[in-house]
Design a protein around this ligand. Structure first.
Ligand SMILES: [Zn+2]
Length: 191
């Protein structure tokens, strides 16, 4: 089994509305996102010969699905009614809840927003990006490669990985549905 990993960094704001402490506040992070792809065998022949996949393929995927919609955006929980109202996004939030899909949007003030149907924790974001990227990775090349894991760092000290090591086979059979909120462990403090 081979594995390759591509990393990008984005800046984004969020808040965890039900957090008992400082994560309730509007604040931002420089997120580091690592996407790891695996394959049993390397490509034979062609421009990706000897590779799991071209690193530029992963970069382009991460730019289009993560950096484009989320960099310098505020990541807003559709259930965060206080800020949904403040930002003038009631209709977008309703659509996000109904379709269980994230949506890029502009606030009433013209700011870049990314409205999601879950609390924007590192854990949920890692699972969300995994669900977005997995089918695109699987469709690449002649088959055999799959998305192993997405790691989302909120800070250099705080990281969430989805799926956690040891659960790959479960996830391959049953990718997570965004409609189903993920069970969250207690949100880690930004130590
Ligand atoms: Zn935070």
């Amino acid at each position: 089994m081979f594995e390759i990993t591509r990393k990008i960094e984005i800046d984004a704001g969020h808040r965890i509305r039900e957090h008992g402490s400082k994560c309730r506040n509007l604040h931002g992070h420089r997120y580091q996102i690592h996407v790891s792809v695996r394959s049993d065998q390397l490509v034979a022949g062609g421009s990706e010969s000897g590779m799991v996949a071209d690193f530029s393929f992963l970069k382009e995927l991460m730019i289009s699905e993560i950096d484009g919609p989320c960099d310098h955006a505020f990541i807003l929980d559709a259930e965060d009614t206080l800020y949904v109202e403040l930002f003038g996004l009631r209709e977008v939030a309703q659509a996000v809840r109904r379709d269980a899909r994230a949506a890029p949007a502009l606030s009433a003030q013209g700011s870049k927003m990314y409205v999601v149907p879950f609390a924007p924790t590192a854990e949920n974001l890692a699972a969300h990006w995994h669900a977005l990227l997995a089918p695109l990775v699987s469709a690449h090349g002649k088959g055999g490669i799959f998305l192993a894991a997405v790691r989302a760092f909120e800070t250099p000290n705080c990281e969430a990985t989805f799926p956690a090591p040891g659960r790959f086979s479960v996830i391959e059979e049953a990718p997570p549905r965004l409609a189903e909120p993920l069970a969250l462990a207690a949100y880690r403090d930004h130590a």
